[in-house]
Write a protein of this length. Sequence first.
Length: 195
Amino acid sequence: MLTLYGSTTSPYVRRLRIWLANTQHDFVNWKIFEKQDRAKLMAKNPTLKVPMLEDSTADEVQTIFDSRVIYRYLSEKLKHPALTWQQENQLTIIDAANDSLVQMFILAQSGIKADEDLLFFKLQKERVNGVLVYLNELVAEGQFVNWNYPAMSLFSLIDWVEFRSLHNLKGLTDLLAFHEDNAQRIEVTATDPRT
Ligand SMILES: N[C@@H](CCC(=O)N[C@@H](CS)C(=O)NCC(=O)O)C(=O)O
């Protein structure tokens, strides 16, 4: 029995929910910044981050933290081919922007205004800008034509950026076209954080 724990808004969780659309699993939706769910998360997961996975059999529960490790664990279990090194790099690039945006989102929620004169914000902004331009080029080269896990991860990032209004994507025409091309997939609409 597979149980994925997460939130409906997390782009890291959503990529796995999209990927698992045709795999039997339970999804537990936690509001990880609210007291009760946070206590449940704390009891299971010291990283205090989602997603996490539990794979329960009659005599044991295997717990896995981190979307990348969850993907690797499930790929092995479900006998999917391993990611290529190119795909691993695609995920690393996507995650670099995603991590910076998560940190800046939490700072914004904490009432801290992004000030580009401060090193922290300068570094994140450079990374996010550079990554999005780079990903736009990879899409233009055709690297995200197949609807595979890296493409699902890219979609989840771009859709989250739009949902939270985190970055102006104007001019990144290939990324925007990629988003539009995939927005009506059933597993995408079924995991839309807005609904
Ligand atoms: N490397 C982790 C990142 C997960 C992550 O940053 N999740 C966010 C939600 S989008 C989170 O749980 N943040 C809570 C926090 O930073 O306190 C993964 O790939 O699973």
